[in-house]
Design a protein around this ligand. Structure first.
Ligand SMILES: O=C(O)[C@H](CS(=O)(=O)O)OP(=O)(O)O
Ligand SMILES: [Mg+2]
Length: 246
């Protein structure tokens, strides 16, 4: 399997994603939030790029989620904290979500054969799903406004490590940036929370009162749910499919 890690959305070229599986990673916080919401029984997440599109897409019974400048958008039901998306709040609901980076990363990946949402929370499950889908894989680090964000790179490293562990070293071909991220993950895997707190977005989250989000988003491999793009929304990949090659 060829695996390419792309450092931020601005560096992704849509045509290079053709026939690939793309794993969009936005640890802080969009993909952590999407995974948590779906794991808590949300029916589907519709990721859109703008607040206007979110308001246009909303139908009766839907909920609106998202942030601008890390804060909940006025009039929306949720911000972008995974902790808001509890079972009580989201069960059976469709949520229209717009965030600064993560939802844009998903929209940028539309030419791919498959789009998955990855974070530290489901890194191992994501790797297993990518293997089951049998395509070359791009790990698209969302970054922050087209600048690389370290927490996404660390997560890419985790997914690479899991892919390599399962497929075997000689069966994966990783680009140079991916090799660097794998090394960074191995260096910090026993102190992921401290690593998240020390990076720019982690500091911003702490300053903005989202310390508890960092505690959750730094946990690795605690969820086996994998969101996948289907019929214009993110839903959960059936676990039977994700496991089908193991
Ligand atoms: O709310 C977040 O976690 C960020 C906001 S910002 O871009 O870092 O200001 O959005 P996200 O799309 O989850 O990166
Ligand atoms: Mg982010």
């Amino acid at each position: 399997m060829h695996i390419e890690v792309v450092a931020n959305i601005g560096e992704a070229r849509s045509d290079d994603l053709l026939h690939k599986t793309v794993i969009v990673v936005d640890v802080l916080r969009a993909t952590s939030t999407i995974i948590t919401a779906l794991a808590n029984g949300c029916k589907a997440i519709v990721p859109v790029e703008t607040v206007m599109k979110a308001k246009e897409q909303v139908q009766e019974g839907d909920l609106l989620g998202g942030e601008r400048y890390c804060k909940k958008i006025p009039g929306f039901d949720f911000g972008n904290s995974p902790l808001e998306y509890t079972r009580e709040a989201v069960q059976g609901k469709r949520i229209i979500l717009t965030t600064t980076n993560g939802t844009r990363g998903i929209q940028k990946s539309m030419k791919a054969d498959h789009i998955l949402a990855g974070a530290l929370l489901n890194g191992r499950a994501c790797a297993q799903a990518a293997i089951a889908l049998k395509k070359d894989t791009v790990i698209l680090c969302a970054g922050t406004q087209d600048v690389f964000s370290f927490e996404d790179g660390i997560c890419a490293g985790l997914i690479l490590e899991e892919l390599t562990y399962t497929l075997g070293e000689k069966n994966v071909l990783i680009n140079d940036f991916g090799l660097a991220m794998r090394g960074s993950y191995l260096h910090s895997k026993d102190r992921l929370f401290e690593t998240l707190v020390s990076c720019a977005n982690g500091k911003k989250m702490s300053r903005s009162g989202f310390h508890d989000d960092l505690i959750l988003c730094a946990k690795s491999n605690i969820m086996d749910q994998v969101p996948i793009w289907e019929h214009d929304q993110m839903i959960l990949l059936p676990r039977s499919l994700a496991r089908s090659t193991f």
